[in-house]
Design a protein around this ligand. Structure first.
Ligand code: DX5
Ligand code: ZN
Length: 214
């Protein structure tokens, strides 16, 4: 599986050191959590920080928008240099149009669902989307406990992908550690977002390696 380390819990304390280690281990992606304090009860950063990161690191940016108006904001994040741009299905009334706009704008398009959103609601989007992000915690904060319903959702998406011979990637976000990573891998997951388990571990390099060896 590929790993997308989330810097949510370290960006305001030790961003520089974290980036040095993530570059050293050649992290597959860098997961950037954008929160507006409306869609979720927490505020992080905006497109200016994405742009700042783009200038600071060569890691591939995997931006997760937890904002109420992705239809209006998406282009700023593409211009800031993100490779993947994921919005929440719950935040827009025209997801298919937004996927097309993001792709036309020059990024890979991702769509995410919260734990209480039914996975079947993604069906009309799967032929068009590049990535599906299954939330295994309520979006907003790092360090929460993994919700097992994500495993069934991933298995469902993986079977639809095989049946219809589609090529979207399946990513999971929230509460990932060595145990939960095994569960999602067996269900067909391609990318794990790992926040606190990795970035707060005493040996990031070794923890990354262990996750990668799964
Ligand atoms: C939560 C964010 C996550 C968060 C994951 O809303 O989307 O990316 O950083 O953190 P952990 O791995 O600690 O659950
Ligand atoms: Zn995230």
């Amino acid at each position: 599986m590929k790993i997308s380390p989330s810097i949510l819990n370290v960006y305001d304390t030790n961003l520089d050191e974290s980036l040095v280690v993530l570059e050293k281990v050649k992290a597959d992606f860098l997961h950037v959590d954008v929160m507006d304090n409306i869609f979720v009860p927490n505020y992080t950063f905006n497109h200016e920080f994405v742009s700042f990161l783009k200038n600071k690191t060569n890691l591939i940016l995997d931006t997760h928008l937890m904002i109420i108006n992705p239809d209006e904001e998406y282009q700023k994040y593409i211009d800031a240099g993100t490779t993947y741009l994921t919005f929440h299905l719950e935040a827009t009334s025209s997801p298919l149009e937004l996927i097309k706009k993001i792709k036309n704008g020059g990024a890979k398009a991702g769509v995410s669902i919260k734990p209480n959103t039914k996975v079947e609601t993604l069906l009309p989007l799967l032929e068009e989307v590049d990535l599906v992000l299954v939330m295994s915690v309520e979006p907003g904060f790092g360090g929460q406990v993994f919700n097992q319903n994500a495993v069934e959702k991933i298995a469902y998406l993986n079977s639809v992908r095989q049946d219809k011979q589609l090529s979207f990637l399946i990513e999971v976000d929230g509460g990932i550690n060595l145990d939960t990573a095994k569960l999602v891998k067996n269900a067909g997951c391609d990318i794990i977002v790992v926040g606190s388990y990795l970035m707060k571990s005493s040996d990031i390099e070794n923890t990354y390696k262990k996750l990668k060896e799964l």
